[in-house]
Design a protein around this ligand. Structure first.
Ligand code: COA
Length: 383
């Protein structure tokens, strides 16, 4: 299934031939989360009673499980460990120190999701010639986590890390599918190990409920090489627009700045949630409609819309704006109740878990959105 480009070079049809998911087994329900947060708030208020009374420090208010579900649609989240983050005097996870000779935590998660994706695709790890580790945060600066994964898998070719907030996985799909289309890569693996529990601020009730941990993996190859069922990648569209409304200031210049090493709020995930909601819904809806328009398609042609999993009300609104009516059950799959926001893994998780029942020729669209702002959409056809 290849054709000549206008310059006479072969062009290949890229396809997704396998996906895999790793979700850690430990769970924290809203009720448990709120109980530990409220202990923390009471402990904090007692510790800082004098400063609070003097108006120098703001007292912490209690969180509420009802608010969390109503505002986000989240009921629970899976986490790599509850150890540490449920301790009211600590409130962040405890991961054991690993030696440099051991797989790093992101690589370990990635291998689990990759094994499932490769098995579904019927592809041996040694056939992979591109590995992209696409995630909203990286465990270290270098060597690239993706190169470690490449080595652990015994994959060939090359590997690189990619950070585009919650759109990391879809931007990586565009990059990998373009390389497959033009023939520079034959089989690609994209992994998105999201350790969101490591960079959320558990001591802030505005956001402590948002995230969960997960990793997804996607195998892409030439459609003609596929061993089993596949989704043709009809086209991808990525867009970015700078915004400070989702930000994390942690980085390699941290210790060089005044108070850089202090326990600063801006070194974890910070967002203006309400502004994100208001600005991103129209941005993403217009992005999807523009992508479909350029493909000569109406929204009615889509049988599935796999959206980023950030907020149920947001996805319901995007679904309504794109489809021009209320989405039918299952049309815009919602996984927030069980997994919360798993950052760039979310939209792939929705695709992996809710693509059954699609017939050859059926179209679906994966769309992620998040920090940057960034938006990435991938138009797929069941083959
Ligand atoms: N428990 C109880 N009350 C809480 C609370 C909690 N955990 N967190 C905040 N509140 C309070 C606020 O202080 C505020 O009180 P006020 O009205 O007295 O000021 C009130 O509840 C409403 O807070 P607000 O932050 O405006 O709620 P919201 O309805 O906007 O919902 C989000 C918050 C974060 C769920 C929602 O804005 C959202 O999902 N935004 C998009 C986020 C997004 O997509 N981010 C991308 C990340 S990748």
């Amino acid at each position: 299934m290849w054709k000549q480009s206008s310059k006479g070079r072969a062009m290949y049809q890229p396809a997704i031939t396998g996906t895999g998911v790793f979700v850690p087994p430990e769970v924290i329900t809203n009720e448990e989360l709120v109980e530990s947060y409220n202990w923390h708030a009471d402990w904090f208020n007692a510790e800082h009673a004098a400063e609070i009374a003097a108006g120098k420090v703001e007292a912490k208010e209690h969180s509420s499980a009802e608010f969390i579900f109503k505002a986000s649609g989240i009921l629970q989240r899976h986490v790599l460990t509850r150890d540490g983050l449920m301790d009211p005097e600590r409130m962040y996870p405890h991961f054991r120190q690993r030696s440099d000779d051991e797989p790093c935590l992101m690589a370990e998660m990635a291998l689990k999701a990759a094994a499932e994706a490769l098995a579904k695709a019927g592809v041996a790890a040694t056939e992979i010639d591109l590995v992209i580790c696409a995630a909203s945060n990286m465990e270290r600066a270098y060597p690239a986590v993706s190169i470690e994964i490449q080595k652990l898998l015994g994959a060939k070719g090359f590997a690189f890390d990619m950070m585009v907030g919650c759109s990391s996985a879809t931007v990586a799909v565009q990059a990998a599918s373009d390389m497959i289309r033009n023939g520079s890569v034959r089989k690609a693996l994209i992994v998105s190990p999201e350790i969101t529990t490591g960079h959320i601020e558990w001591r802030d009730r505005d956001c402590h409920f948002i995230f969960g941990d997960a990793c997804t993996a996607v195998v892409l190859e030439r459609a003609e090489a596929a061993q089993g069922p596949l989704f043709l990648i009809r086209s991808c569209r990525c867009a970015t627009e700078f915004s400070n409304n989702i930000r994390n200031n942690n980085g390699f210049l941290r210790r060089n700045r005044p108070d850089g090493m202090a326990d600063r709020r801006d070194m974890q995930f910070v967002q203006e949630g309400r502004r994100v909601f208001k600005e991103v819904v129209p941005l993403v809806s217009a992005h999807i409609l523009g992508h479909l328009h350029d493909e000569g398609l109406e929204a009615a042609a889509l049988s599935r819309l796999w959206l980023h999993q950030a907020n149920k009300a947001m996805n319901d609104m995007i679904g309504r704006r794109v489809l021009g009516r209320d989405p039918r059950p299952g049309e815009t799959p919602n996984l927030l109740q069980e997994y919360a926001n798993t950052s760039s893994a979310g939209a792939i998780l929705a695709f992996d878990m809710s693509s059954d029942g699609m017939e050859p020729g059926d179209l679906g669209l994966i769309c992620s959105y998040g920090a940057g702002y960034s938006v990435g959409s991938v138009l797929l056809e069941r083959a």
